[in-house]
Every structure is written in structure tokens, then in C-alpha cells.
Design a protein around this ligand. Sequence first.
Ligand code: GUN
Length: 305
Amino acid sequence: MKAKLIDGNKIAAEIRAEVAERTAALSECGVTPGLGVVLVGEDPASRVYVGMKTRACEEAGILTRDIKPSENISQAELLTIIDELNDDPQIHGILVQLPLPEHLDETEVTERIHPLKDVDGFHPISQGRVAQGDQSAYRSATPAGVQELIKRTGVETSGAHVVIVGRSNIVGLPMSLIMLQKEAGANATVTVAHSRTKNLAEVTRLGEILIVAVGRPEMITGEMVREGAVVIDVGVNRVEDLTTDKGYRLVGDVAFDEAADRASWITPVPGGVGPMTISMLLKNTVAAAERATHLNALEQPSLPR
Ligand code: GUN
């Protein structure tokens, strides 16, 4: 293996330590950052994710308000819960774990969260502000975490050709908007490839930085990676493996061993992008609390900014 590993666990821990310092500073002003966490139903994967998020909050000094309505909650009842969290001054950020059960309208729920409390960064106001280069806008956790990994690895992004594979609203699309920004860790030339891209391997081989978020196990093979590229693998896929106790193992969207023979840096799965997403959620939540505290100090009304 030629590539060096980008250690997501280590970088995520650094960010959590920085968040803990900021919560301690807020605590001296009598403020405890608060995150409202809404988990609808019993989806096992969502329960695991939410458990990890609330535990990380506790460790960082962020208070969580856990609300776990049943699978059968109506849209109106769920919107009422969000309205209550929007109006609660002790709650600075709101997270509604996705996906929601089929009968609920995710878009309406996401848009009901007050933009000042949109720490997941999924509200169109947040996404639009990111697109327009507003540095104070909430960025969604996964693309923000990828950028942070690249920055803290010391990789030069300015003028580099970044190829992103995947165009989802949660990762690929916001990732492309972030990497275009005129700022440190961005300023890149960006290409977004997707399921309709012709000659995908020719496109991915252009990437000095290759970011893959498609949700297809080991789809990017070694020959699709440029020599010396920085490879960021956002995918987490279960594949059957009867040699393990669990009967499966986790792999990314990139065929790791082959890609690592050509890349200069690469993220492992697990232990790469995954740990960063929770750290970025904590960072957004503490920023929301700082912003609310500042607004209160100025006695400003709660503007949608
Ligand atoms: N489901 C999968 N990823 C996420 C995330 O980052 N936030 C929320 N709210 N739900 C998710």
C-alpha cells in the first residue's frame, strides 16, 4: 500500500475537544448548549446513530432533549413537536433523524425547523446560504466533515481538480458547493459525476482529490484512481462475510486495497469520514448556542439568520 491513512477518529476527536472548550466557555456565561433530538419509530440503524449522537453530546457538555414518538405519529403532531423545540430558548439546535416513516413528509418537516436551529444544515435556507458563500450558514455534517479531513491533512485544495462521485442533497451536491467556495480548504475546480456520467473512469482519473458518495460497495476500482490522488470514501456498506462473527463486514464505495496502491492519502472505512459527521453536528450545535447567546446579549429579535 502506497497511500497514507487519513485518521478520521483522530481528527474527529480533535474537533470534539475544541467543541468541549467552547461549551466550557459558554458554561461560564451560564449557557448550556441544547440539542433537540427527534427519533420517530424503531428503525434499528437510526436508533444506533441517535444513540451515538446523544452520547457524543453528553461528553462534549451539550444537553440533549430526546423525543421519541411512535412510528404512527401524524404529520401535524410531529410539526407541533418541532414548533415547541423552535420556541424553546434552552434548545439551540434541532435534529430530526432521517429517514422518517413513509407516511410523513420529510421536506415539510425539514423546512419547519427554524433556520437558526438548523444544525443538520438540511433546510433550503441553509443550503442556499452555503451556495452563496455565507460563512455563517450551517453546513451539513458529512460534507463539512470531509472538508475538515482534507484541511487537517494539509492537502492543498486551491486550484486542485476535485471530482465528486454522487449528487445527493445530503452529500454530493453540498460537497460540490463547499469545494467551490473562495476559502481555505476549497477554491477548487469541481466536477460532479453521477449515475448518468459517461466514461466514469476517465472522469474519476482527473481527480487530484476524489470524493465518493454513492452507496455502492467498492464501485471505484484502483484503475479509476489517479496516481497520487487524495481519496475520500463516504460510503458505508454492509457486505456478507461469513468469516466474521456478525456475518458481514463494512466496506466503502472505493475498493480500498487497489485504490491505496495508487493514492497518496486515503480514508479507511470504518474510521474515516464516519466519525467526522457527529463531530460536525456538535460543532454546529455549539455555534448555534454561541449565536443565540450573542443575539440575546444584543437583545435582538430572533431573525432567520
Ligand atoms: N440520517 C442519515 N444521516 C443523517 C444526518 O446526518 N442527519 C439526520 N438528521 N438524519 C440522518
